[in-house]
Design a protein around this ligand. Structure first.
Ligand code: LMR
Length: 398
């Protein structure tokens, strides 16, 4: 039965981990996947997470099945974080939230639900986007197209092109938007541009789907929620996938959520009932541990403060790596100006390195990056930054 099975290509991001792990060079550096490492090159276990885990271990709670959509302690904490604890939408019962297997799992259950709602809709993703967006929505059965986004000349957003495209789309088209820290480019819309996108979605009857995987990595929890808050003030219905992989450093626990903003409490009941069917036939109900830890941190004043401070520490360290890299490349007498790296937001830099240059970085230096030229700044540290800058300098000099 497997004789005709073809070899699938490696995943463009997670596949790099496989290649990196197989590399025996001791000076190798993995700038591929979006993971935050501390200055010692270790994935941190946050103190707030550790405290919540310790309390859970001591309590030794039973491990029964969870509600299909996850426990209310978790889903309410997620809603408060996304929409603000004083949100009128939450008070009005207009928000449906289901715990999901990371941000990817949230996109998947959202995609499956949308496919049942509107099977002939097309899905639009930014050009470029996170590689898995296309794959996820195609796997859900949709035709996936691009809308213009990145302008390589300005290293910013081609907002005129994006608007033109959105204004021409059919009603019911699903628009995947990066709520903050655009992956891979690090180029975000301004608040005023977000307000315009909200109006276009209203005017054209589009279905906004915000992907929020990096809340807290640009400016902080509240400022990074600006797009979600503008959509919630608009009265529109929309989707938000959120992830705690990076912000809680809980990658392997797969902690995320799908939130759907509906028109009424009554509508929420019907939407949740359908979402539960999607979840039940995917993985039945979510795992306990990661969600319980996140809920415990977010519902304790003390742990929440501890977490926000740790998140700020991660954000500041990434910023320091941005300017450090720019300076270190400059010190290598590279003619090209890399100062744009400082303006980009989130974990990544879209360096402009070509696929051939990325390949050279891997072959000659053991430095792994995504073939599009995306590097993860959060994997740089005081020990490897000079080496990485030297490698970038060598490949851009030709
Ligand atoms: C990334 O873009 O590297 C992260 O979002 C991890 C992933 O799942 O691809």
């Amino acid at each position: 039965i497997f004789a005709a099975v073809e070899m699938a290509p490696r995943d463009p991001i997670l596949g790099l981990n496989e290649a990196f792990n197989a590399d025996t060079r001791s000076h190798k550096v993995n700038l591929g996947v979006g993971v935050y490492y501390d200055d010692n090159g270790k994935i941190p276990l946050l103190a707030a997470v550790k405290a919540a885990e310790k309390a859970r271990l001591e309590a030794m709670p039973p491990r029964g099945y969870q509600p299909i959509e996850g426990p209310a302690s978790y889903t309410q904490a997620v809603q408060n974080l996304l929409l603000g604890a004083d949100s009128e939408l939450i008070a009005a019962g207009r928000v449906v939230t289901a715990q999901a297997l990371g941000g990817t799992g949230a996109l998947k259950i959202g995609g499956d639900f949308l496919k049942r709602l509107n099977p002939s809709a097309k899905v639009y993703i930014s050009d470029p986007s996170w590689e898995n967006h296309r794959a996820l929505f195609e796997a859900a059965g949709f035709q996936v197209e691009n809308y213009p986004y990145y302008d390589a000349a300005t290293r910013g957003v081609n907002f005129a092109g994006m608007k033109d495209c959105l204004l021409g789309l059919d009603a019911g088209s699903v628009i995947i938007l990066h709520a903050c820290c655009h992956n891979p480019t690090g180029a975000d819309l301004s608040d005023a541009q977000w307000a315009e996108v909200v109006e276009i979605c209203r005017e054209r009857g589009l279905v906004p789907f915000l992907d929020m995987a990096y809340q807290g990595f640009a400016e902080g929890i509240e400022p990074d929620a600006v797009a979600v808050r503008l959509f919630s003030a608009s009265g529109l219905q929309f989707f938000v996938s959120s992830s705690f992989s990076k912000s809680f450093s809980l990658y392997g626990e797969r902690v995320g959520a799908l939130s759907i903003i509906t028109a009424s409490k009554e509508e929420s009941g019907r939407v949740l009932s359908q979402l539960k069917r999607v979840i039940r036939t995917n993985y039945s109900n979510p795992p306990i541990h990661g969600g319980a830890v996140v809920a415990a941190v977010l519902s304790s004043t003390e742990l929440r403060q501890m977490w926000e401070d740790e998140l700020a520490g991660m954000r500041d360290r990434i910023r320091a790596m941005r300017s450090g890299l720019v300076d270190a490349i400059k010190a290598q007498n590279v003619a090209q100006d890399f100062s744009f790296v400082i303006q980009q937001r989130g974990m990544f830099s879209y360096t402009g390195l070509t696929a051939a240059q990325v390949e050279r970085m891997k072959d000659e230096f053991g430095i792994y990056a995504v073939s599009t030229g995306r590097i993860c700044l959060a994997a740089l540290n005081s020990k490897n930054i000079g080496y990485v800058a030297e490698a970038i300098a060598q490949v851009v000099k030709g």
